[in-house]
Structure formats: structure tokens, C-alpha cells
Ligand binder design. Structure first.
Ligand SMILES: C[S@@+](CC[C@H](N)C(=O)[O-])C[C@H]1O[C@@H](n2cnc3c(N)ncnc32)[C@H](O)[C@@H]1O
Length: 199
């Protein structure tokens, strides 16, 4: 299992946005949408062993947490607009607990610390950070969780919360990449290691 947790620091927490203006009036929800694309899509298929949790932390009613489960998801297409429509539909809900809003898509008002505490203790935690250990030197188990920021790094407080889970700090390379590109690189690294001879 691969799990990604992406912090959308200003991402809109209501359904009050236009699909024609995803990068303008949504608190950069477009970045999270591209992360969904990078998490799941391969040529002609969807990765079923991936789950992504989008933390929407912007106005007007933070937090909203959207979890997409690859093994269950339907109606997910590679274009940002249709994924935005699925998320907008999820944001129309006022869930108590976590609510399924379409196959494989769940919305809740769980906080970032609740999200982290709900992750299986079996999962190895990783903090994606430019100054971490080179990913190419890292060994991975079968269940991995990766936490990263959107166009902003984790705040000191978010970092402190994550540190309670003793994550391994991992660098994907010497320069700072877009969040969605980080997911692509992680997927590629783990794909390569799936072949036992490359472990
Ligand atoms: C676009 S970056 C955030 C802003 C960026 N740190 C900057 O200085 O402009 C988004 C997130 O991707 C992750 N990230 C970006 N480049 C990375 C790298 N080379 N190695 C590991 N994580 C990286 C970090 O979690 C970062 O918070």
C-alpha cells in the first residue's frame, strides 16, 4: 500500500467554486487535483494499491479531508476538471465521521493529527523534504505513507505533529519540485523496487 497525505494550506473548504477557475479562486485546489492525477494514473489504468488524503485547510470551514482509495474508486478521470467535480460534490456534505460521497471517495472533518493517528501502525511514515536522505539510498517496506506540502512547506506546527510518528525524512533530489511531480517520482522509485532484483 502507498499512501500520500498532501496538505492544502489554503485549499477551499466549501463547494462554492467554479470548475472554470480552479487555479484562481480555490486556494490552489488545482495543485491537489494534479496530485490525485500523479498518485493514480498510469497508462491505461489506475493504481489500485494507492490511497491519497487531501487536507483542505483553507476558508471557509477548515478542515475538510478528502480520501481517495484506489482499490474502490470509480468515475476518476485524468482531467483536473472532472476530479474537481467529484471533490466539489464531496464538499457539499456536512459529514459526521467519514462519509462516502462516491465509490472510493470519502469526506470528513478530520484534522491533520486525526488523519495521521488513523494511519495503520504497520505503515512506515515518510516526510518528503528536500534536505532528507536520498530516496535512492532508502529501503522501503510494503506499506508506506508519504507526507508533503502543496506549494508551501509544512508549517513548524505541522512538522512537529508529523515528528511524533518518527518519519524518515526523504529527499527526491537536490532541487524543489512541484508536489504532484514528487508523487510521480515516489511512485516510480517504488515501482522500480517492486522488482526484487532492484531492492
Ligand atoms: C512545491 S514544494 C513546496 C515549496 C518549496 N519547498 C519551495 O521552496 O518553493 C511542495 C512540497 O513537495 C515536497 N518536495 C519538493 N521538492 C522535494 C524534494 N526534492 N525532495 C523531497 N520533497 C520535496 C516538500 O514536501 C514540499 O513541501
Amino acid at each position: 500500500m502507498r499512501r500520500f497525505v498532501v496538505l492544502g494550506h489554503r485549499a477551499i473548504t466549501s463547494a462554492d467554486f467554479k470548475l472554470d477557475d480552479l487555479s484562481g479562486s480555490t486556494g490552489r485546489l488545482d495543485i491537489l487535483l494534479r496530485c490525485v492525477n500523479s498518485a493514480f494514473f498510469i497508462s491505461h489504468d489506475i493504481r489500485r494499491d494507492v490511497e491519497i488524503t487531501l487536507m483542505l485547510l483553507g476558508e471557509p470551514r477548515p478542515p475538510k479531508t478528502v480520501r481517495i482509495v484506489g482499490s474502490e474508486v470509480k468515475y476518476l478521470n485524468p482531467d483536473e476538471r472532472s476530479t474537481a467535480a467529484l471533490i466539489r460534490n464531496a464538499l457539499l456534505q456536512r459529514p459526521s465521521g467519514e462519509k462516502r460521497t462516491s465509490p472510493g471517495i470519502y469526506v470528513s472533518e478530520r484534522s491533520y493529527s486525526e488523519v495521521l493517528s488513523n494511519i495503520s501502525k504497520e505503515s512506515q511514515m515518510h516526510y518528503l523534504k528536500e534536505d532528507g536522505e536520498d530516496v535512492r539510498q532508502c529501503a522501503f517496506g510494503d506499506d508506506n505513507t508519504f507526507v508533503l506540502g502543496d506549494d508551501q512547506d509544512l508549517t513548524d506546527e505541522e512538522e512537529k505533529t508529523l515528528m511524533e510518528y518518527s518519519p524518515k525524512k526523504i529527499s527526491l533530489g537536490p532541487i524543489s519540485y512541484h508536489a504532484d511531480h514528487c508523487l510521480t517520482v515516489v511512485n516510480n522509485e517504488l515501482d522500480r523496487r517492486r522488482n526484487a532484483s532492484l531492492r
